[in-house]
Design a binder for this molecule. Structure first.
Ligand code: ARG
Length: 467
């Protein structure tokens, strides 16, 4: 009977695994995605084993050669994946042994699947992080360029989604850019903790072979070997950290999405999204729906869900490795795919946003968006702020009754509320005057937007150089 037990660990078993249990515990259907990284890790491990004298030169060469063949088979989708072999590691090792014979069985000397998988996911995530970082950079660049183009475009700024004060569209876009800058920094910070090598921890306690973990770490481009073998095989906090980064990023993208959806509506009509980012309705011929931002907004939910899943997966696990950790892969993979998809959609779409400057301007003229400017004007003329607030409130009440903006009232009409008001008041009541007056770092004045865009360009270049 024992000759039908699992070929990798069946020695102590007296009956084969139940067919359902074999399927239930197998991970090969999803962890096969790690094959490049698994093979890369194995080649580095074999190379290190040769350097310390555990493998001969010929053995290492046979292993490296065989793994190369296996990799090409998988690339060509000609690899005989087997659920009986449980996971990506044992599938590859079994195929290697079929190809090169007994030497293939020596590859696993001084390691365990526990440090192997922990290494594979880190190698995988490091590569994906670099792709994500490049996409964030592309999106940031797009926003900075659009903001520069729209530095003078006036739109209403909102609080409580009620017209508050005029701002420039460029300023609004640079607010998004700031959110993404922090996400970018969080991602690169997370990468530092991903880039630590578990290999050598073996099952949990290290190994009796004279391994040199610095050699393996150098070969794989890791910053250093992990300090503690128990921690190295068991913790997945780096995946949780990536999930937290991804959740914050998607939260930001969903806020941007929400504004894009609002702005493309007939009620706002602030922007146009090119047809290639939209779809129609099968029943209402007039519809052009902003599907891309809507879908990004919707995908936020699954990324938050994966973060919760990973946190709960780790919670209460005793040291060291537990099979629970096999459940880290699907949420992590889906988080990576979702983040990359959403970023690509946004980075492609943002440069194509067409601002409808006339509509934005008209919207800003409604809703008394320069009321604060009038109050500030009165304060400069010696009126206490609370009194100025009250005076302007009365002027707004008149405007509401007569349906006109403050800038459309005559000097006499305005002076009935305060004789501190002079002819020069109209300089602050125009939208252009209002935005231009907020002329300090972080303010909405067009000159400030251009300067902020330049600083953002420089900061992005610096961050990319350091990475
Ligand atoms: N498939 C496993 C995982 O994803 C690999 C490590 C299995 N180790 C073990 N002792 N069963 O975590």
């Amino acid at each position: 009977m024992s000759n039908t037990t699992n070929q990798s660990w069946g020695g102590r078993f007296s009956e084969p695994t139940d067919a359902f249990v074999a399927r239930f515990t197998a991970s090969v259907d999803f962890d096969r995605r790690l094959y490049h990284h698994d093979i890369r890790g194995s080649i580095a491990h074999a190379t290190m084993l040769e350097r310390v004298g555990v493998l001969t030169c010929d053995e290492r060469e046979a292993i490296v050669q065989g793994l190369g063949e296996v990799e090409r088979e998988i690339d060509a989708e000609q690899f005989p994946w087997s659920v009986e072999l449980e996971d990506v590691h044992m599938n590859i090792e079994a195929r290697l042994t079929e190809k090169i014979g007994i030497t293939g069985k020596k590859l696993h000397t001084g390691r365990s699947r526990n440090d192997q998988i922990a290494t594979d996911i880190r190698l995988y995530l490091r590569d994906e992080i670099d792709i994500v970082a490049a996409e964030i950079a592309r999106l940031r660049e797009g926003l900075i360029e659009l903001a520069t183009r729209e530095a003078d475009t006036v739109m209403p700024g909102f609080t409580h989604l009620q017209t508050a004060q005029p701002v420039t569209f460029g300023h609004h876009l640079l607010a998004w850019q700031e959110m993404l800058t922090r996400d970018h920094e969080r991602l690169l910070d997370c990468r530092k903790r991903v880039n630590v090598m578990p290999l050598g921890a073996a099952a949990l306690a290290g190994t009796t072979y004279p391994i040199d973990r610095h050699v393996t770490a150098d070969l794989l481009g890791f910053e250093r070997p992990a300090e503690n073998s128990l921690d190295a095989v068991s913790d997945r906090d780096f995946a949780i950290e990536f999930g937290a980064f991804a959740s914050t990023l998607l939260m930001h993208l969903s806020r941007m999405s929400e504004e894009l959806v609002l702005w493309t509506s007939a009620q706002f009509d602030f922007i146009d999204l090119p047809d290639r980012f939209c779809t129609g309705s099968s029943i209402m011929p007039q519809k052009k729906n902003p599907d891309v931002p809507e879908l990004v907004r919707g995908k936020t939910g699954r990324v938050y869900g994966h973060l919760m899943g990973l946190l709960t997966l780790m919670k209460s696990q005793p040291l060291a490795y537990n099979k629970d950790n096999q459940e880290d892969k699907e949420p992590l993979f889906d988080t990576v795919d979702t983040v990359q998809g959403c970023l690509k959609a946004f980075a492609d779409m943002v440069p194509a946003i067409e601002a409808k400057a006339g509509n934005m301007f008209e919207a800003a003229r409604k809703g008394f968006s320069t009321a604060t400017d009038l109050a500030d004007y009165l304060v400069r003329a010696g009126v206490a702020f609370r009194d100025a607030h009250e005076i302007v409130g009365q002027a707004v009440a008149l405007g509401l009754r007569e349906q006109k903006d403050l800038s459309e009232m005559s000097l006499d009409e305005l002076r009935q509320f305060s004789d501190a008001i002079q002819a020069d008041v109209f300089e602050v009541l125009t939208l252009e005057g209002s935005v231009a007056a907020r002329n300090h770092i972080g303010g909405t004045a067009p000159d400030q937007v251009r300067a902020a865009a330049q600083r953002a360009r420089d900061a992005l270049a610096t961050l990319q150089q350091e990475a």
